[in-house]
Design a protein around this ligand. Sequence first.
Ligand SMILES: Cc1ncc(C[n+]2csc(CCOP(=O)(O)OP(=O)(O)O)c2C)c(N)n1
Length: 1001
Amino acid sequence: MALVRILQILKGPENVSKRGFLSHFLWKYKSCKAETFLSGTNANFLEAQYLDWAKSRGSIDSTWDGFYESVSGPTLKIEEFEDEFSPKTVNLKSKEKDDKESKERIKLHLAVQNLIRSYQTRGHLLAKTDPLKLTIGARWILKSQNAPLDMKGVECRVVSRELGSILYEEHMDTVFELPGRTFIGGKETALTLREIISRLERVYCGAIGIEYMHLYDLDCVQFIRERMETPGAFDKTIEEKRDIMRRLTKAVFLEKYFATKWPAEKRFGLEGGESMIAMLEEIVDCSTKLGVESIVMAMQHRGRLNMLVNVCRKQLTDIFAQFKPMEPKEPGSGDIKYHLGTFIHRFIRKTNKYIKVSMSCNPSHLEVVSPVVIGKARAEQHWKGDSNGDKVMAIIMHGDAAFSGQGVVYETMHLGNLPNFTTHGSIHIVCNNQIGYTTDPRFARSSPYCSDVAKCVDAPVLHVNSDDAEAVAHVARVAIEFRCKFKKDVVIDLVCYRRFGHSEEDEPMFTQPIMYKKIKIMQTVDRIYGDKLKADGVITDADIKGWEKEYMDTLNKHFELAKKITKLSIMDWVDTPWTGFFEASDPKKIRDTGISETTITTISQHFCRPPEPWAFEIHKGIHRMLEKREKMVKSGMADWAMGEALAYGSLLRDKIHIRLTGEDVERGTMAHRHHVYHHQGVDGATYRVLDTLYPDQSLYSLHNSSLSEFGILGFEVGYSYSSPCLLTIWEAQYGDFADTAQPVFDTFIANGESKWVCQTGIVVQLPHGIDGAGPEHSSARVERYLQQADDDEDNIPDLDDKYMPLKQLRAANWTVCNVTTPANYFHLIRRQIALPFRKPLILMTPKVGLKHPYYTSPFKDFLPGTSFQRLIPETGPASQKPKEVKKLIFCSGKVAITIDELRKEKKLEEKIALCRIEQIYPFPYDLVLKEFCKYDKAKTVFCQEEHKNQGPWSFVRPRLENLFGKKIECVSRPPSAASATGIKWIHAKELKELKENIVDL
Ligand SMILES: Cc1ncc(C[n+]2csc(CCOP(=O)(O)OP(=O)(O)O)c2C)c(N)n1
């Protein structure tokens, strides 16, 4: 029936060409049911075959009889339908011609489809995103192919091979059906090739270059395609245009003002990239529309002051005051003005909503702040119960050279989809001024774009010409909408230029003369956009003058006000205030860290109890471990793992949220922790032991991390800034691997408080010990953390002051400990929260030998009244007759076991007294002196298992000598370049010599 009707209709249209009637019909009448099985070539084939069959049934295979009977019915007379246009299969020549022409048309259509796809995929290579017009993405490809760099005909080679090989000028006015995977047609379903290309060029090769076809999620692809391709998508209302103009005016005039008032002051001006402000303002506006309540931001130096003023709405007075030398109100080193942070609850007029905007303090070390701010955002999501990132979002701003050069960018971005680290999408904005200090991009990266790292984390990249203000605003809107819809990272590459040198002191013509000749003639973006709007009749000269005057008046007013500020308050620049915490704590008191017997019983028994066997099948080895643990508990003892569980468990009960991450922390590198059991029969099913201690306990976020120290430690530091009611712990797999996160220690943990009054109570656990494991996996390099201690070795504190230990802690930049008993570990961890302030804790933890009796403590050492011991004094036979002691050994860490075992073996327990310095920094002068005085007849030495040029020796030596007023001997391994030997024989020899020296009286 259908075919007959088709043939009948085909007789009608006059404009039917002489070939492919059926396919033409299908083309034109797409809604026809036949479309589902008839198309192009097979329709032609069926039509021709049908005519053959109708004339003589035996002429084709009899299996077709049923089909043609069903569609034609018995009464069909072919003559009635045949006409001059019907395919004449008898005429072989005509059939061949038809086939050829039909193939040709298919070829052309496929070519057009490919062309569209090519633009979608590669059009960005031709996008005119460089305001200086010096480069386009394609240039990089041509260069790598050693092809000539002239841009003529470049599209054929770089974007699409169809143009000029299949599609020529003669096809330009042919109408082609648009495939479903494009929105360029708007309501139209077919366009001429000329129009198709023109629209593709406009979308993909104009001021915006889009990389999105690599995305795995087709919905993401489709979303961006629609938001970019739909005709009119970039259009702005008059009000929006005026807003953009006003924002540009502020951004440009603020930089000009700085330059006029403080021409020689370093500020890393935004000149050449001012539209970044309009971009951020658009993002902030739109985020409030989309439900975002808090934006956590990080950014590098470039344009930071402008951002602080015009986006974070920091008072201009405060910024201007920063330009003059002023005595600070608070102690600390403070920081330069373009490193400081702030936060504000901004009211957005357009949406009638408040949004919190915070800018994180950051160091000069480019990109170190990136993981920190991600951690902060994640923590804020936790506190707000924002499990899907609807309310809190991170924005990170980068420089082009840093974004492509710094590995921590990847270490940050790869966290994007990890369930326990994701912030549900962040916006990355690269202020791409096409230069890094004095280095050209071609010497700074191996890929066409500075943003290419984004592709391996499945993020779309929107490149945009900063001199096209509306394109900038559009890209901003697409980015925020994408992030809020898909909760994935998105990158904006704001291609701009740097009007002056790297800083205000630099002369760029030394190194980039050609580029800077071009830059000299560039107009500012407010002028460019203002001229455009004037030409379009959207604004007048008077509007522009009015906005400029209004802003200049504001600037002048604040300039005058700034003169009245006489003292600098670093507190005014805090980005994450801990409201109420300090006020509520007694500054002279460390709260008790001991816990009741009931708590010990509850936690210890829970920690021994396996899950119900019918519900969860655990490994036999875990069963055995739990049985042993139970016996231990019954004997009233706690090992290292139990000490830890008691500390964490009791804090969780006290509503302290704990987050512990690191490589393999769930089991523990030393296989001692086992806080997560894995079902032996059900893949992925886990039992998290400490999650069910108390019904109303806090969240215990224990997570194995990716293999990244820099990224994860940075993240956790950021997390720890979020609240004082939180214990954040990062554990290195082995202590020395923490050195790959060195910038986080150097620029945040060690001095964040001193620079920015940002406190953190982060605990960094570093498995440490020289035990024959080789040069690595041995020493956590305690000497480095001690070397960074903010402490004067010549200044012995007032030992009669009962508050001395607390004062020491308050003044310290961090604490460095190497504890030797589970009870002391327990108290130290709990002390982190019991303090009336927060301090980072660098903690050397044991690696092997955790089953050694030394690493056990009786439960009585956890009870109320007990506390952290900064020094564990001698309590054995030597302490009974101190005057007979020949040698007093101060040490730190597991070498105490060696000394203790050795003196037992050599029967020297009465002759050698041993004192363990558990808290190395702040140095426990009072307790050390007490022991020294007690054994005043003994020779005093310091013993360490580390090599002499490493370990705590160089730190403790001057302190001991200043305290005792005499030289002290060091018993250690000899100096060494490596932190341990990899040769067993040497290890044994070193140990033998160390032992000989220990017992040498
Ligand atoms: C980790 C690190 N290495 C080197 C520097 C020194 N430095 C400061 S700015 C800069 C160039 C940065 O270029 P880019 O990222 O493109 O930002 P721009 O200054 O151009 O905005 C360099 C090398 C630094 N601050 N941090």
